[in-house]
Design a protein around this ligand. Structure first.
Ligand SMILES: Nc1ncnc2c1ncn2[C@@H]1O[C@H](COP(=O)(O)OP(=O)(O)OP(=O)(O)O)[C@@H](O)[C@H]1O
Length: 589
């Protein structure tokens, strides 16, 4: 069975401890019959026996030994239960810890396509609730099953040694109970799969609401979001109730059967005592152990519920566990080579799923050159630059860096040669210093300051309450869009890579600051090929070449002056942007 095999594989390193826990469970549960047996001896010898009074005098030592034995077995069982639970907890917690690391690495190793398809809230549910369900199954479900089974089997064997016919009378109830349990399991399973899905939707909505709270507030859409959340909450609650209520359809039957054990014992057992087939002590042993047969039957519903939850959770975890990225990073690069920074797109086409967004794109960037990419929104600019560090792989054609297809390059080495500032700036909950030096944690402080100066960020950082030690990001003070962009730019420059990609990195800064940044980029003190996505002519004007994209196709390519002379898209953008600012950018750049 896949689930058991999976658990066993992941128990590596804790198998001995877990097997020990299972063995202790079996021993501890089997000992359950010890006290009823001793009780049976006491009753038969010292209570219901014709010579009971005499036995009390003659065999006082035996009575004391039996009584002490009962206390001893109770203490032994308690001690065993303590040790057993500890072993279950330790092995399951260790297993959980290992799986969590494995899954986290697995998620980290996924390519962009995976992140496009999976919602954060869903991944978080898998990493928390589902994982805990797996642990619960190891530490509680399996333990309960093993202990219930052992107690059941031990009691049945013991009963058989006392009286096989009475035992068979009791076991008559077992088949109908199993049929009811089977029907319940079959009905409840899909309900738990749906319940799990609803939980994931609820978590995703919550996560999106929290992450997007600014937008919600800006558009005063709180009520709408509360409604959306309430709908998911109601769905989850309904699914939970439905799964819980279905148990009520079966519970009366199971409870009736469980009670019937007592009735059968009372009628058949009482009859057997009266006609002398069994002793009163033996009847008492049956009576004190009848719960060992009826309780597992009663618990069967809870166990089935938990098993179904476990199946639903495990199938979700398996989606991460067995996910295979198309772009695999094997982290093999020991000695990373520094590239020259030659980039070539050779008849590249690309599609996301079925939508083709780049069509036969070809261009070359020589080491040290700066090219700018411009085009309407959605024309494919970000997609183009995503193909260089292999966030995605081309659908057709090739992307070459230093003459080698990027698919043949070692991924760590390739990415280790690229500095990138993405369009959506993400800063970590860390100091500004930590954020700038993210790509190179050993970067000396004066270098952090130098790159912040180049990115025109030093001035505003200096004025912050704690300067470079100010915590930014989720829990830190807020930064403006332009300030975040400048920190991201400093972060990208500070790694001093031979290829620098900037995706609309200066869109939110004023023109004067942008001029400063453009100058800094031209003056970088390390050899660097730059690809800059920009919408402003002021950013593109001094590039060695400008590429104009339209609907995933290159429609114009050339220098600022060449493209102006063409009087095409670029010229129109130039005219539009300079009408209002007195044509600060001259026609020859
Ligand atoms: N992860 C994705 N999955 C599916 N389609 C995508 C994805 N990312 C982008 N697209 C689509 O690809 C096309 C090009 O997107 P891209 O982000 O490259 O454009 P862009 O030129 O950078 O736009 P902008 O200037 O708005 O940033 C768009 O039609 C967009 O809808």
């Amino acid at each position: 069975m896949f689930e058991i095999k999976w658990l066993w594989n992941n128990l590596q390193g804790n198998r001995v401890r877990y097997l020990l826990a299972l063995c202790l469970s079996v021993v501890g549960s089997a000992l359950t019959i010890a006290n009823p047996y001793l009780g049976q001896l006491i009753i038969d010898t010292f209570i219901s026996n014709e010579d009971a009074r005499q036995n009390l005098i003659d065999q006082r030592g035996l009575l004391i030994a039996l009584a002490l034995g009962m206390i001893g077995f109770s203490l032994l069982r308690t001690g065993l239960a303590y040790v057993t639970t500890m072993q279950y907890e330790r092995s399951s917690q260790n297993m959980l810890y290992n799986i969590r690391i494995y899954l986290y690495n697995k998620i980290q190793g996924q390519d962009m396509e995976y992140y496009d398809r999976n919602r954060t809230g869903d991944l978080m549910t898998k990493m928390t609730g589902d994982l805990d369900m797996v642990r619960h199954s190891m530490a509680w479900i399996i333990k309960t099953i093993i202990e219930s089974l052992t107690i059941f089997v031990a009691a049945v064997i013991y009963f058989f040694t006392i009286d096989a016919v009475l035992t068979l009378w009791l076991l008559i109830l077992a088949p109908p109970i199993f049929i009811v349990a089977f029907l319940f399991a079959r009905r409840v399973r899909p309900m738990y799969i749906s319940l799990r899905e609803k939980l994931s939707q609820l978590n995703s909505t919550t996560q999106e609401n929290i992450a997007g709270n600014r937008v919600i507030k800006a558009f005063a859409r709180e009520e709408y979001e509360i409604e959306k959340f309430t709908e998911k909450n109601v769905n989850y609650s309904k699914a939970n109730k439905a799964a819980a209520l279905v148990w009520l359809d079966y519970f009366p039957y199971l409870e009736t059967f469980a009670q019937a054990f007592n009735v059968i014992l009372m009628i058949a057992g009482g009859f057997f005592v009266m006609n002398g087939r069994i002793t009163f002590g033996e009847y008492a042993a049956f009576s004190s152990l009848i719960w060992a047969i009826s309780n597992p039957m009663r618990n069967i519903g809870i166990i089935i519920n938990d098993i179904q939850r476990f199946f639903a959770s495990l199938s979700k975890i398996a989606e991460i566990y067995y996910a295979k990225p198309h772009i695999v990073n094997e982290h093999r690069a020991a000695d990373k080579k520094r590239y020259d920074g030659h980039i070539q797109f050779d008849h590249v086409s690309f599609k996301y799923d079925s939508q083709t967004v780049l069509h036969d794109v070809s261009f070359t960037v020589k080491p040290g050159e700066t090219i700018a990419i411009m085009g309407a929104t959605g024309s494919g600019k970000t997609t183009i630059i995503s193909l260089i560090p292999r966030f995605y792989d081309v659908s057709e054609g090739r992307v070459l860096v230093d003459g080698v297809d990027v698919r043949e390059l070692e991924l760590d080495e390739l990415r280790g040669n690229i500095g990138i500032a993405t369009q959506d700036v993400l800063l970590f909950s860390d100091t500004i210093d930590g954020n700038v030096a993210y790509g190179d944690p050993d970067l000396p402080e004066e270098e952090v300051v130098r790159y912040a100066e180049l990115a025109a960020a030093h001035e505003f950082i200096r004025k912050m309450p704690e300067g470079y030690d100010t915590i930014v990001g989720e829990r830190g003070v807020g930064l403006s869009g332009g300030q975040k962009q400048r920190i991201a730019l400093a972060r990208a420059m500070s790694v001093r890579r031979p290829i620098l990609i900037l995706d609309d990195t200066t869109s939110a800064v004023d023109l004067e600051t942008e001029m400063h940044i453009q100058q800094s980029l031209r003056d970088l003190d390390f050899p660097c090929t730059k690809i800059i996505i920009a919408q402003r002519v002021s950013t593109t004007a001094k590039a060695d070449r400008i590429i104009i994209l339209e609907s995933g196709r290159i429609i114009e390519e050339g220098t600022h002056a060449e493209l102006l002379a063409k009087r095409g898209y670029y010229y129109e953008v130039f005219m539009l942007q300079n009408e209002g600012i007195g044509r600060q950018v001259s026609a020859n750049g």
